[in-house]
Design a protein around this ligand. Sequence first.
Ligand code: KIV
Length: 255
Amino acid sequence: MNPAKITAADIRGMKNRRPIAALTAYDFPMTKLLDEAGIPLLLVGDSLGMVLLGYPDTTHVTLAEMEHHVRAAARAKPRALLAADMPFQSYQSPAQAVATARRLVAAGAEAVKAEGGRAILPQVQAILADGIPFIGHLGMLPQSVLEEKGYHVKGKTDAERLNLLADAEALAQAGAFAVVLELVTPSVAREITQKIPIPTLGVGTSPHCDGEILVVTDLLGLSPGDIPRHVKKHSDFKQPMRAAVVEWKQGVEGR
Ligand code: KIV
């Protein structure tokens, strides 16, 4: 094993010491590349449903699909901590949550992430009691997109602000080592970041978080749909890839 392997405690310890740049990774070559670039936290996110598998949202992603991608990413043996998303409806009770988390760990994940705060606290406590490091996910919850009829910014009302704060505090108290804040208003993200002792990782949230996590294909301009507005700076690798294919095709056809 790599002696400098990054652990959940290392990520937790980065709070107030250095900003955390985290990315998703879904397969062997990308995990290797992002690890070589020095990204300390890689997430096999269920966003793979949209950006790799062609689903309309993350609710279609199965545990078997997550395991398949976690195995591929883990084969890269990254120095980075490799976390995995628990897919939709795979953590509806504490027993189911532990069984799911164990399967992801058996596939090679070193931590798991699930969406929700106090609503899934018994599941979070059971996962942590089983010795599996846990990352929370608050704010806009992609697995609730159908119930919520879209992706909406959270924290705009005082009730939402108080709920987010209470959820973040509950997750930190339970022992989560970091929490993703997705589409949370900048002022609420700042308040949560100041109040909880674990790192906050913003997605389209604000520079006030302890770090940022992005879908890697959004960063590289390779996602099949539109790049979300919150991805301010990204590359466009689709164009050079298309050009390389066309050039090769013309070479073959012109023989
Ligand atoms: O699935 C995912 O990619 C995520 C990140 C955006 C945090 O949950």
